[in-house]
Design a protein around this ligand. Structure first.
Ligand SMILES: C[S@@+](CC[C@H](N)C(=O)[O-])C[C@H]1O[C@@H](n2cnc3c(N)ncnc32)[C@H](O)[C@@H]1O
Length: 301
């Protein structure tokens, strides 16, 4: 089973894919969006930081017969400009960033991203990254843990969760996702969020963000990506939590302020973020928090 691409129709419509033009998918994943671009005749550089994602996408795309117009590339999209330069994709008609994690990574891999699956508490998308989630929960002070959980997830129980983590690790090192999820569950109140989400949901989000430097990577990549766009080229970013969306929104605002002559450099194509329809949310629950923003490189006369 492959990851269900979120907002696929909307992505393809906004990218305005043209035959023979170059595109960058900076978050290849299982290659669902890339495949849709290839089917429209585009040529795609597919970047992913995770080896398993690359393997799965390469297999899928080659099996579909699009291997000739697809260029897979291992790397962090933080370095999108250098990766594009090295592969001849430094002037492209469109760039897509579908942030976060694929269903395979969350549900089936042993990276430890999800509390629904018992695995080592790692969370690194790439083993070259230094610090694991286990390193953080076993070494940060209670105050630092409270700040981490609260800053990156708005968890109301951040303080009591951090306290419970510290008490628990004093008895036994926290090494698995199940261990951490159980600690958080015991530290929460019975009516936590009216049962809508598991008590571990937000803390796991915070740890994933920090371990993979999600926000830093996004912030650094946006201006670098923008410079690769041909005039009229479009950049699409799909985010899944408000911290990411805020970065994209601020970047878009900043672009409106940058003047070159009388014109902004990139303009927002959509005034409000595009969200999935209720039909999409019904068939793919993971799409429910998606927000898509579209920016276009201005054409100067
Ligand atoms: C939501 S999935 C993309 C799914 C894809 N659009 C599809 O249709 O199959 C996000 C992907 O981005 C990758 N990723 C996350 N952070 C990254 C980064 N900083 N650089 C490169 N890839 C990253 C993840 O490994 C994951 O495979």
């Amino acid at each position: 089973m492959y990851h269900e691409p979120v907002l696929k129709e909307e992505v393809i419509a906004h990218l305005q894919v043209k035959e023979g033009q170059k595109y960058i998918d900076a978050t290849l994943g299982d290659g669902g969006h890339t495949l849709a671009i290839l089917e429209k005749g585009g040529i795609v550089l597919g970047i992913d930081i995770n080896d398993q994602s690359l393997e799965r996408a390469i297999h899928r795309i080659n099996s579909a017969g699009y291997g000739k117009s697809f260029f897979p590339c291992k790397g962090n999209f933080e370095h999108i400009d250098a990766l594009a330069e090295d592969t001849g994709f430094n002037q492209v008609s469109g760039i897509l960033m579908d942030l976060g994690y694929s269903s395979f990574q969350l549900d089936e891999s042993d990276i430890g991203l999800s509390f629904l699956r018992d695995s080592p508490l790692d969370m690194r998308l790439n083993k070259d990254l230094g610090v694991t989630a286990a390193d953080l929960v076993n070494s940060l002070s209670e105050k630092e843990l409270t700040q981490l959980i609260s800053n990156y997830s708005d968890e109301k129980f951040a303080k009591s969760f951090a306290h419970a983590i510290v008490l628990s690790r004093n008895l036994k090192k926290i090494q698995t996702t199940r261990q951490l999820a159980d600690i958080l569950k015991s530290a929460s109140s019975p009516g936590y969020e009216h049962g809508r989400i598991h008590p571990a949901t937000r803390t796991f989000q915070a740890l994933r963000i920090v371990v993979n430097d999600e926000l830093g990577n996004l912030e650094r990549s946006l201006p670098r990506a923008a410079r690769l766009l041909l005039p009229g080229g479009r950049m699409i970013v799909i985010s899944f939590h408000s911290l990411e969306d805020r970065i994209v929104k601020m970047f878009a605002k900043e672009q409106e302020r940058i003047r070159n002559g009388a014109q902004p450099w990139l303009k927002s194509v959509t005034t409000k973020p595009v969200e999935p329809t209720s039909t999409e949310v019904q068939s793919n629950a993971r799409s429910r928090s998606a927000k898509m923003r579209v920016l276009e490189r201005k054409v100067y006369l």
